[in-house]
Design a protein around this ligand. Structure first.
Ligand code: AQP
Length: 327
């Protein structure tokens, strides 16, 4: 069983990334041959600072190991270290249409109202399709916001297979049953995000405990007093999901626990405390790992060597079937 997922080294990673991404990576690494890619090539599709990209790439590597990826078990690597990713992105553009890419909601969300919209922001789902397809991945653990991009990767695989012959496996997405889309604490109708969310409504994995407590204390709630889920209660629904992710309790157990009318204040305090408990050991491990850059680079180099060897046969097949003369 082959598992693959990617994450951008843009901004500080947050509770949504943990919920939809990291904790699933840690679970799935037990189920097979797992590859986790720091997708730095994706990060240049929006305006960015080169120095910040360099340091956030290492920040993210440290964070991936801090949340529990085991370098003995999982292959963790940087996308730009494995040249096949950029190559396959170009090749697969032959079978991805302009119309398909124009339907991607993330392109609309990230591009809308911006002075500069890079061509890369438009074509980046094809890069992502290559990221996945090159590895012949069976499973792709992701959050809900990546569903449309994974569908595109499957469509690209199907188009390629029918035009050039059976080459790619069709990957399946793995989404958490709870916490596939964690929402902003201040604006619970939009997803938590460091690039598009509110700073006070985004819980960063490296936030100090008191900062986390304050963010939950000031989280927006809904009308009424009952701690229960519902379309009329986006704030409380989100907080119930977060508490479930942090403690492993089911949402029903949480609702039952607060059915005696404890009120929002007590509930928000408890969610904050549970998140502090979840993130404190991760933050401590992160700080330790981040302080040894040489070791991080060594682990990433080893990961890139394994990834390069793994994708080589598929990359060759791609060139060959598309009619390129082999050197
Ligand atoms: N709010 C979220 N809830 C659940 N899962 C989420 N993911 C992202 N946001 C949420 C999942 O995290 C993984 C990595 O995603 P990414 O590389 O897109 O990370 P990011 O760019 O740091 O995400 P942001 O902060 O939300 O930035 P934007 O808005 O720029 O994309 C993926 O599996 C994703 O589903």
């Amino acid at each position: 069983m082959r598992i693959l997922s990617g994450i951008q080294p843009t901004g500080d990673k947050h509770l949504g990334n943990y919920s939809g991404g990291f904790r699933q990576y840690v679970e799935t690494q037990e189920r097979g041959d797992a590859f986790f890619c720091i997708v730095d090539l994706h990060s240049i599709t929006v305006p960015y600072d080169p120095a910040a990209l360099r340091s956030s790439t290492l920040d993210l590597a440290a964070m991936l190991f801090a949340v529990g990826l085991d370098p003995q078990r999982s292959t963790v690597f940087v996308q730009s270290h494995v040249k096949a990713h950029a190559e396959s992105a170009w090749l697969l553009q032959a079978v991805a249409s302009y119309g398909q890419l124009g339907r991607m909601t993330q392109f609309k969300d990230k591009g809308e109202g911006k002075d500069f919209v890079s061509a890369g922001l438009f074509t980046y789902p094809v890069l992502m399709a290559g990221d996945i397809l090159l590895y012949q991945a069976d499973l792709v653990p992701i959050g809900d916001d990546q569903r449309q991009h994974l569908e595109l990767a499957r469509d690209v695989a199907q188009s390629f297979n029918s035009r050039f012959g059976e080459t790619f496996k069709l990957p399946e997405g793995v989404y958490p049953t709870v916490g596939a889309r964690i929402m902003d604490l201040q604006e619970p109708t939009r997803k938590m995000s460091t690039t598009n969310g509110t700073p006070q409504g985004t819980v960063r994995l490296i936030d100090e405990p008191d900062v986390i407590r304050k963010k939950f204390k000031t989280a927006v709630t809904d009308s009424g007093r009952e701690v229960r889920r519902g379309d009329d209660k986006p704030g409380i629904t989100n907080l119930i999901d977060i508490l479930s992710v942090a403690t492993g309790e089911t949402r029903e157990q949480i609702e039952a626990r607060y059915a005696d009318g404890a009120g929002y204040g007590q509930f928000k305090g408890d969610v904050g405390e549970a998140v502090v408990e979840l993130l404190t050991p991760i933050r401590e491990r992160y700080l330790l790992l981040r302080s040894d850059e040489a070791e991080l680079l060594r682990l990433l180099r080893t990961g890139a060597e394994k990834a390069t060897a793994t994708v080589e046969p598929t990359l060759r097949a791609l060139y060959d079937r598309m009619g390129f003369v082999q050197p």
